[in-house]
Design a protein around this ligand. Structure first.
Ligand SMILES: [Zn+2]
Length: 196
């Protein structure tokens, strides 16, 4: 088994960690902690607007924003992007200092600041769309509500309260992660690369 994106492109999961052999989601308590928290965090993100659109339109015109299609960064410090704005993020990451902040606290804020200062990828900069047009590279993206249903389905023996897990991860944010935890997270996160 390989790596897959779920719900949004960007974050990648080790299939063996989150799926059973017949490609169903594992019960949550059988998943390792990091992918479980990442997956639960993802469920709260899939319906959100693109950060860059939001910076342009603001709360008042939120309905003008494209829904997020990509997620980069770490849980609780992530950047959400639509297909139109993903190239801006990739440009920032590759050419404007973003990669220096990989795994660092404030990664998302730094991109938001760069974008808010009217910085953009140059015309014709393609982001990761080169990869996206390769059918072999297209991950299977189940629908968000489908993910929820299937996770809840597989968690039948106990009643599941996703909010409880999500609150847990929110609460953890107030504790500073250790160097070790950061290093671990870093290893598990895929960052965009045009070479892939
Ligand atoms: Zn956008």
């Amino acid at each position: 088994m390989g790596k897959v994106s779920v719900g949004l492109r960007g974050w990648r999961f080790n299939e063996a960690e989150i799926f059973t052999d017949d490609e169903q989601f594992k019960p949550l308590d059988e998943m390792p902690k990091d992918p479980k928290q990442r997956l639960l965090r993802l469920l709260t993100l899939v319906d959100k607007p693109c950060d860059a659109c939001y910076l342009i339109h603001g709360e008042a015109d939120k309905q003008q924003c494209n829904p997020a299609a990509f997620v980069y960064g770490e849980p609780m410090d992530e950047v959400l992007l639509c297909a139109d704005h993903e190239p801006d993020f990739v440009y920032w990451y590759q050419n404007a200092g973003g990669s220096d902040l990989r795994g660092e606290e404030g990664f998302a804020d730094a991109f938001h600041q760069w974008f808010a200062d009217s910085n953009r990828a140059p015309d014709g900069f393609g982001g990761t769309e080169v990869v996206e047009t390769d059918p072999e590279a297209l991950p299977d993206l189940p629908d968000a509500s489908d993910i929820r249903d299937r996770l809840e389905e597989n968690y039948e023996p106990h009643t599941i309260d996703l909010r409880q897990y999500i609150d847990d991860s929110d609460a953890e944010q107030t504790d500073q992660p250790t160097e070790e935890e950061l290093a671990e997270l870093d290893l598990e996160t895929e960052y965009p690369s045009r070479e892939e």
